[in-house]
Design a protein around this ligand. Structure first.
Ligand code: F6P
Length: 740
């Protein structure tokens, strides 16, 4: 409607301009025409009457001539007729104005036209010679000037209407053509949007589009607005995630890819098959999401019973208790694991990305193995994909090259890569001998996620320094090889409520059970630390903190215990082996030095299942997370989730991503043993009411920003990207068609 009005207004304006422009010429033309019209009619009247008039020139013809004149005067627009002889009116019709005088008529050889006013009666006088000028006999016809005027204004009106008609017709025709072009354009864009919404498969050619910046800007504004709406209003849980997926990515195929598998089948020492959940933040986060979305999870089969559990296609449905998705296992040789996992990923990239002052090691054979194994994963994705455009969720630093490899094979895939560890500054990353290849690999992603904006910034800065690409800092996107990758922060989290909370004993019972198991008196205050045995976790540093606490407050000896549960990990690597040895020695040394009825530091180096972990959390007065550097750290969030009694204090490293979200924890610098000792003391003496207030706020935070939100936001962004790409492609196609 608005469009129609706009075109109407344009047509009107064009008409007005045309009419104003031609009006002076039109008026002159009408005046001339009116004059000519009178002259012609006069001439015709005279021609018709001349012979009769000439035949009635005898002395007795006067009455007949008068009758003739009366008849002629009845002609339309004629006022009167008369006969002038030598300047005197000899005869005239009865309507001849009183003031008429033959002398006033200009004398000429032919017909003469004069305009005259006879006491208000305006006339146009035509005089026709009937004889030679010497005798001067003239036949006079007076036309009513009012009649001339009326004809003239009538002609003007007709002309005006004609001009308007023509101008408006022309303008309307032009507007109609423009409107038709715009309408077909709009229809094609709308069709494109509808196609995108319905998820119709289209050819994706990853060529840089030349769509106007206005369209781009409008689309990104739309994105931004939607992003804020989602953030504020959606309550995320498995159901909303499923709905979001079904609504926004209908019929999509989701493929998760990670090194670590979510379920490990192991044969225990008795030959019994047991299914383990690995100690992995990645798995804790992704598993509930994949359970909700379904699909396929491709991972390295590392368990001793893994091969027995799969079918002929290396697939097994999991979770074993209620199968919800397919686990597709990839088998790696020892040599492949050495080079790819232990070597390049964990001796190279892991220390490179964490500020833990462990020197990264890069070996060329490791790098080759890393490339080879990434290829294996990429091939598995292609083999598992049932559609040309799956949504592929690639996890972590083990698979930095896979996004590009998958993009090359499945150009229509939407690839979301999430980097679970920090991204260092560009100077630090610059020491990696394969930096260009790693960045190129990652930029095969459609969306590249980090936990924090800080790490996104570090990544973009690194790209800027390392390779030639187009960086758009407004939209945080990087275009390389004609493909745009968006860099976004998605703070990872845990499921809410956590599955491990199911069947948990009430807190007083958990306290009792754990103390009993550890051989501690019931009233002892317990601190816990639970993670993989990794040098980035600050396990030694927290022990120094405990030492500082007991040195400052020896009265706590016998009333306080620190229990460290540490799952052995990457034990083949020297740094990990030595850490474990060092930690065991330090725990012993501190316990011995402070004495007391029980070991003040109890180190339990084994894998703990999630249920056990949650029981420990519920039994403790405090939980310490003292990472030297950590992307997020989900242990901090799990502790908060475990405390439905709203008690317990979290001591949290300022260098873990979680500290950005859990500000009500006691935030510490793990390098400062004294400050850590004080934080321990503060936690142990904190009033129950203060504990409740802090815990309540943190629980609200973790509940709202749970892992379904993390996945939901990524998938919604992927959905928007797919729609946007489809619209862009169709607009391009339409443009191409329009240009012939
Ligand atoms: O922190 C990154 C991360 O991938 C975690 O998600 C996970 O806990 C760990 O590293 C992987 O450990 P692993 O080498 O045992 O798979």
């Amino acid at each position: 409607m608005r469009v129609t009005m706009r075109y109407g207004a344009i047509a009107l304006a064009i008409t007005l301009v045309v009419v104003l422009a031609i009006w002076p010429f039109a008026t002159a033309f009408v005046n001339q025409w009116a004059q000519r019209d009178v002259e012609m009619r006069s001439q015709m009247l005279f021609n018709a009457a001349r012979d009769q008039v000439l035949s009635l020139q005898g002395p007795e013809d006067g009455p007949r001539l008068t009758v003739l004149m009366e008849r002629l005067a009845e002609d339309e627009g004629v006022l009167a007729v008369g006969l002038c002889e030598s300047g005197t009116l000899r005869l005239a019709s009865s309507d001849m104005p009183e003031g008429f005088a033959c002398e006033q008529i200009a004398v000429g050889a032919g017909e003469v036209f004069t305009r005259a006013d006879y006491a208000g009666i305006r006339a146009m006088v035509a005089a026709y010679p009937l004889s030679a000028p010497a005798e001067d006999v003239r036949f006079v016809i007076l036309h009513d000037y009012a009649d001339v005027e009326e004809r003239r204004s009538q002609a003007r009106i007709f002309l005006l209407l004609a001009a308007i008609g023509v101008a408006f017709g022309g303008a309307a025709l032009a507007s109609l053509v423009a409107f038709w072009i715009m309408r077909s354009w709009t229809i094609s864009v709308r069709r494109a949007i509808e196609d995108a919404r319905e998820g119709r498969a289209e050819d994706i050619k990853h060529t840089p589009t030349e769509i106007g910046t206005e369209i781009r800007a409008a689309l990104s504004e739309l994105d931004f607005a939607r992003r804020s709406i989602d953030t504020v209003h959606t309550e995320w849980n498995p159901e909303t995630l499923r709905i979001a997926l079904a609504n926004e990515l209908p019929g999509s195929e989701v493929i998760v890819v990670s090194n670590r598998e979510p379920y490990i089948h192991n044969r225990d020492e008795n030959g019994e098959m047991i299914v383990q959940r690995p100690a992995s933040g990645l798995v804790s986060a992704l598993e509930p999401v994949t359970r909700a979305c379904g699909g396929t999870w491709i991972a390295h089969g590392s368990g001793t019973g893994d091969r027995e559990a799969v079918d002929g296609n290396d697939r097994v449905m999991v979770p074993p208790s209620s199968p919800a998705y397919t686990l597709r296992r990839i088998w790696l040789t020892d040599e492949e694991q050495e080079g790819y996992y232990y070597g390049f990923a964990n001796e190279g990239l892991w220390p490179l990305c964490h500020i833990a002052f462990v020197r990264p090691v890069f070996r060329e054979p490791d790098w080759r193995m890393y490339q080879k194994v990434n290829e294996r994963f990429a091939e598995a994705v292609v083999a598992e994909a049932k559609r040309p455009d799956p949504i592929v969720l690639i996890q972590d630093y083990h698979l930095a090259l896979a996004p590009r490899m998958i993009r090359d094979r499945l150009p229509d895939a939407t690839i979301i890569t999430f980097w679970h560890i920090p991204w260092p500054n560009s100077e630090t990353f610059g020491i990696c001998p394969y930096k260009e290849e790693i960045i190129d690999g990652l930029l095969g992603s459609s969306i590249l996620g980090f936990h924090t904006q800080f790490h996104c910034n570090n990544f973009i800065e690194t790209v800027d320094r390392v390779i030639e690409s187009r960086i758009d800092r407004e939209s945080d996107s990087i275009t390389l090889k004609g493909y745009e990758a968006f860099v976004r922060p998605y703070p990872i989290s845990i499921e809410w409520p956590p599955a491990a909370m199911e069947g948990q004993k009430p807190v007083p019972e958990a306290r009792k059970a754990v103390r009993k198991r550890l051989g501690l008196p019931e009233d002892v205050q317990l601190a816990v630390g639970i993670e993989r045995f990794d040098y980035t976790k600050g396990i030694l540093d927290r022990m120094h903190g405990v030492d500082a606490l007991l040195t400052a407050h020896p009265e706590l000896i016998g009333h306080f215990c620190f229990m460290q549960a540490a799952a052995p990990t990457r034990s083949k690597l020297a740094n990990y082996k030595s850490l474990q040895e060092e930690a065991e020695a330090l725990a012993r040394e501190i316990s011995e030095r402070h004495g007391g009825p029980f070991d003040v530091i109890q180190l339990v180096a084994r894998h703990h299942d999630p249920e056990e972990v949650f029981e420990l959390f519920r039994a403790a007065e405090l939980c310490i997370v003292s990472s030297l550097h950590d992307g997020m750290n989900l242990v901090a969030k799990e502790f908060v989730a475990a405390r439905d009694d709203e008690q317990g204090v979290l001591i949290l490293s300022a260098f873990a991503g979680a500290s950005r979200e859990l500000g009500e924890a006691l935030i510490v610098n793990p390098y400062d043993a004294h400050a850590m000792g004080e934080a321990f003391y503060w936690a142990l003496t904190m009033e129950a009411s203060e504990q409740r207030e802090r815990m309540r706020v943190m629980r609200e935070q973790v509940e709202a920003r749970n892992v379904y939100r993390w996945a939901g936001q990524m998938l919604l962004d992927a959905a928007r990207l797919r729609k946007k790409q489809r619209i862009m492609r169709l607009i391009e196609k339409e443009r191409g068609r329009a240009q012939g």
